[in-house]
Design a protein around this ligand. Structure first.
Ligand code: XUL
Ligand code: CO
Length: 434
C-alpha cells in the first residue's frame, strides 16, 4: 500500500439519506435496473490520464498538483500504477482507460518506448489478477509529443505515418493483453491548422488506409473488442476531421468501414460541435454505431473542452435514455474522461469527484429506466407518426413516385392539418422522472 489516499475507506452504498461524504447515495452496484445490475449498465471507467498524469496546467500556467509519482522513470511509473489501482479499489471501479504515454516514460527510441509500455502492461496484468478492475479501452497518445504536431496518420511526412502505425500496433497489443473491451482512436492532430498548407484529399486517403490497417490488425490478433472513433470538431487542431458523429459516419461509409468501427461520444465534444450530447447519441444509435461514452462535460461559459465531472442530471438522463433504448452497452461503458479543477489539490478531491459523478449517472440511469418502463414518451412519439400506418401511406413511401402521389393529392383532396408538436407537454413529462 502507498500512503497517498491515507485513511480513505472503500466507498459503499448508504442510500440517499446518508450524511457521509465518502458514500454512494444512488450508485448501488447490485441493484437491478430493467433486469440488469446497475454496475453492468453503467460500466464506469476511470481515465488514467486526467487522474494520474495531468499536472494541473492551463494555457496560462503550469503544474499545480504535486504527486509523488510525477517524473520520467519506470520506478515512478510503477508507483503511479500502485496508486491508481488503490483508487480503483476505493471506488470499486469496474474499468479504467489509458493512453500509452499516461502509463510509461517515453524512451529514446521507439523500441525503448515499446519496451517500457510492455513492462508496465505486465505490471498492470499482475495487479489485474486480483483486482476487480478491467480495461474498458486502451488508446495511443498521438497528439502530445512534438513529432505529432502535423498529425499522425494524416501527417505529410511518411515517417510519422510509420511511427503512428507502430505506435497503434503496440497499443492494440497492450489492450489485447489486458483484455480490453474496446480500442479507441481520437485524432486530436488529425486535422489542420491552416488549409493553405493542407491537401485534404490526400489526408483523407491516408486516414482511411490507416483505419483499414487498424481493423485488419484487430482480426489478425483476434482482438474481440470494438474499434471506436471519438469525434471532436477542434482543439487542439483548428479543424479536426472526425468532427462529429455524422462526419465520422460519412468517413466510415466512404472507406467501407461502417460495420467495423463505432463511436465513443464525449459530452464536451458534442457541445464543441454545436450539438447536444443527446443529439450525438441519438444519431449514432440510429446509425447503429453507438459504442461507448465519455461522460465529462464542458463549462457552457468557457466554450472550451474543460473535461469536468458530470453534474447535469436532465442531460445525463437523456443520454442514458438513448443507451437503454439500444438495449444498453455491449462492449462500451461510461468513461470519466474528466479532470479535477486545478485548485482541487487533495487526494480526497480525486475520490469525491468520481463518487459524485458515479452517483449523478446512477440517478440519471434510474430516471431514464423509469421513463422507458412507463412508455409515455415513446407512446407520444409513436402516436406522432401514426398516420404512416395506413396501407395507402405506407405504399406511398415504399413504391410511390411524384406523379402518382400528385394525382392522389388532387383525387383525394389531401389537405394537411398542422398538429401540435407538444414540446412543453413532453418536457413536463420528462421532468416528472428527473
Ligand atoms: C480529448 C479526449 C481524449 C480521448 C482519448 O479531448 O477526449 O482524452 O478521450 O484520447
Ligand atoms: Co475523451
Amino acid at each position: 500500500m502507498t500512503d497517498f489516499f491515507q485513511a480513505i475507506p472503500k466507498i459503499k452504498y448508504e442510500g440517499p439519506d446518508s450524511d457521509n461524504e465518502f458514500a454512494f447515495r444512488h450508485y448501488n452496484a447490485d441493484e437491478q435496473v430493467l433486469g440488469r445490475r446497475m454496475e453492468d449498465h453503467l460500466r464506469f471507467s476511470v481515465a488514467y490520464w486526467h487522474s494520474f498524469a495531468w499536472p494541473g496546467g492551463d494555457p496560462f500556467g503550469g503544474q499545480t498538483f504535486e504527486r509523488p509519482w510525477f517524473g520520467d522513470t519506470m520506478e515512478l511509473a510503477k508507483l503511479k500504477a500502485d496508486v491508481a489501482f488503490e483508487m480503483f479499489d476505493i471506488l470499486d471501479a469496474p474499468f479504467f482507460c489509458f493512453h500509452d504515454a499516461d502509463i510509461r516514460p517515453e524512451g529514446a527510441t521507439f523500441a525503448e518506448s515499446r519496451r517500457n509500455l510492455e513492462e508496465i502492461v505486465d505490471y498492470f496484468a499482475g495487479k489485474m489478477e486480483s483486482a476487480k478492475t478491467g480495461l474498458l479501452w486502451g488508446t495511443a497518445n498521438m497528439f502530445s509529443h512534438r513529432r505529432w504536431m502535423s498529425g499522425a496518420a494524416t501527417n505529410p511526412d511518411p515517417d510519422v505515418f510509420a511511427y503512428a502505425a507502430a505506435t497503434v500496433k503496440s497499443c492494440m497489443d497492450a489492450t489485447m493483453k489486458l483484455g480490453g473491451a474496446n480500442y479507441v482512436l481520437w485524432g486530436g492532430r488529425e486535422g489542420y491548422e491552416t488549409l493553405i498548407n493542407t491537401d485534404l484529399a490526400r489526408e483523407a486517403e491516408q486516414a482511411g488506409r490507416f483505419l483499414q490497417m487498424v481493423v485488419d490488425y484487430k482480426y489478425k490478433i483476434g482482438f474481440q473488442g470494438a474499434i471506436l472513433i471519438e469525434p471532436k470538431p477542434q482543439e487542439p487542431s483548428k479543424h479536426q476531421y472526425d468532427y462529429d458523429v455524422a462526419t465520422v459516419y460519412g468517413f466510415l461509409r466512404r472507406f467501407g468501414l461502417e460495420k467495423e468501427v463505432k463511436v465513443n461520444i464525449e459530452q464536451g465534444h458534442a457541445i464543441l460541435a454545436g450539438h447536444s450530447f443527446e443529439h450525438e447519441l441519438a444519431l449514432a444509435r440510429s446509425l447503429g454505431i453507438l459504442g461507448s461514452i465519455d461522460i465529462n462535460r464542458n463549462d457552457y461559459q468557457s466554450g472550451w473542452d474543460t473535461d469536468q465531472f458530470p453534474n447535469n442530471l436532465p442531460e445525463v438522463m437523456l443520454a442514458y435514455y438513448e443507451i437503454l433504448q439500444m438495449g444498453g452497452f455491449t462492449t462500451g461503458g461510461t468513461n470519466f474522461d474528466a479532470k479535477l479543477r486545478r485548485q482541487s489539490l487533495d487526494p480526497e478531491d480525486l475520490i469525491l469527484a468520481h463518487v459524485g459523478g458515479m452517483d449523478l449517472c446512477a440517478r440519471a440511469l434510474k430516471a431514464a429506466a423509469a421513463m422507458l418502463e412507463d412508455g409515455k414518451l415513446e407512446a407520444a412519439r409513436t402516436e406522432r407518426y401514426a398516420g404512416w400506418n395506413t396501407p395507402a401511406n405506407r405504399a406511398m413511401l415504399e413504391e410511390g413516385d411524384l406523379a402518382s402521389i400528385a394525382e392522389r393529392v388532387e383525387e383525394e383532396g389531401i389537405k394537411p392539418e398542422p398538429r401540435s408538436g407538444r414540446q412543453e407537454r413532453l418536457e413536463n413529462l420528462i421532468n416528472r422522472y428527473v
